[in-house]
Design a protein around this ligand. Structure first.
Ligand code: TRP
Length: 334
């Protein structure tokens, strides 16, 4: 608890452009939750170097991501938006927690297995201990709830295990966080292979909609979206393409599946795809405009970054000092 509210913590990596999957599945929920909770939204740039990055790009993308958080509607006066690399306590706590995490636990992480298969020439120790840094992120802020996608759920369970293990040795040091899996927009799938998650690293750009895609691109990609050989707009496991479009439409409009099926009764896929494309455009264009305005306001973004890094450090250091004391590190005599 902080200022009488529960603490909500989440973060995203600053690698590459975000898709509507990232927006509808995460960012949009963050905005909705930001009134109810005391929120920390971090740019996970330390996690990003577990795979090789171009330094200039990484720097640029971290800033773009933080700016996008604001453009999407997160108020940086009320919520703490910051770069992980600006708060050294993350790396320091991660080291300590490494000593309370087992090799066996980390080798069971599916993301580690996937990423080491994908980057077989660079299976570095950071890739292996990635979930420990994530645990440090969350535990530093005594977080109560952590909105994460399904793919990060295993890391959150590990975070809980580490917190409970530490608490059982040293007393109540960490709040044990709960996962928060959003209701709608849970999982946006590829527009080309709707059995697969929508991913910005897909080699076919028609498979995803980027948050920065312009109207024509959005409409064109939806027109090309893979559906099926029927003609009815119905939500069904046997119709993954159409169901995904319904999910996207539902998530953008707040309408239920049943309402959408009714709205498009007797209509063809062409009409439906166009409607989805237009709705997505209506959601994204204002965000893109705010983003462009914010980017021009360099001083403002700089001050947000500076102030929030200080605020985050203050809370993070409180937990870190407590942990250091518990494990037996002497205090610095000033
Ligand atoms: N690993 C998360 C991802 O790639 C990003 C992340 C880092 C995160 N630290 C976090 C998410 C803490 C939630 C809480 O999506």
């Amino acid at each position: 608890m902080l200022n009488g509210k529960k603490v909500l913590y989440s973060g995203m990596q600053s690698t590459g452009n975000l898709t509507i999957g990232n927006y509808l599945g995460a960012l949009k929920n963050w905005v909705n939750l930001s009134d109810e909770y005391e929120c920390f939204f971090m740019v996970a740039n330390e996690h990003s170097i577990t795979v090789r990055q171009d330094p200039a790009e990484l720097r640029k993308r971290a800033r773009a991501l933080l700016t996008l958080y604001i453009a999407a509607g997160i108020d940086p006066e009320k919520n703490c938006l910051y770069y992980q690399s600006h708060v050294p306590a993350h790396a320091e706590l991660a080291w300590i927690l490494n000593c309370y995490t087992y090799m066996g636990e980390l080798s069971r992480m599916t993301q580690y297995k996937d990423k080491s298969a994908k980057h077989a020439d660079n299976i570095n120790a950071g890739l292996f201990t990635y979930p420990v840094l994530m645990a440090a992120d969350i535990l530093l802020f005594q977080s109560d709830v952590v909105p994460v996608g399904i793919d990060q759920k295993q890391h959150l369970e590990l975070t809980r295990d580490i917190a409970m293990r530490f608490n059982s040795i040293y007393g109540d040091v960490f709040t044990v966080p709960e996962a928060y899996i959003g209701e709608v927009g849970r999982r946006i799938m590829s527009l080309q292979e709707p059995e697969k998650k929508m991913s910005k690293s897909d080699e076919n750009p028609n498979a995803y909609i980027l948050m920065m895609d312009d109207k024509d691109t959005i409409i064109r990609k939806f027109k090309r979206a893979v559906t099926d050989s029927e003609t009815c707009i119905k939500y069904s496991e046997s119709k993954p393409g159409v169901s995904n479009l319904i999910d996207i439409y539902a998530s953008c409009t707040g309408k239920s599946t049943a309402e959408i099926e009714k709205e498009f009764e007797g209509k063809g896929y062409g009409d439906f795809k166009l409607a989805v494309g237009e709705t997505v455009t209506d959601v994204l264009v204002p965000i893109q405009q705010r983003f462009a305005d914010l980017e021009k306001n360099k001083d403002y973004i700089d001050s947000v970054i500076k102030n929030n890094a200080e605020k985050a450090s203050y809370f993070a250091n409180k937990t870190l000092r407590k942990v250091q004391k518990k494990v037996g590190f002497p205090e610095l005599i000033r």
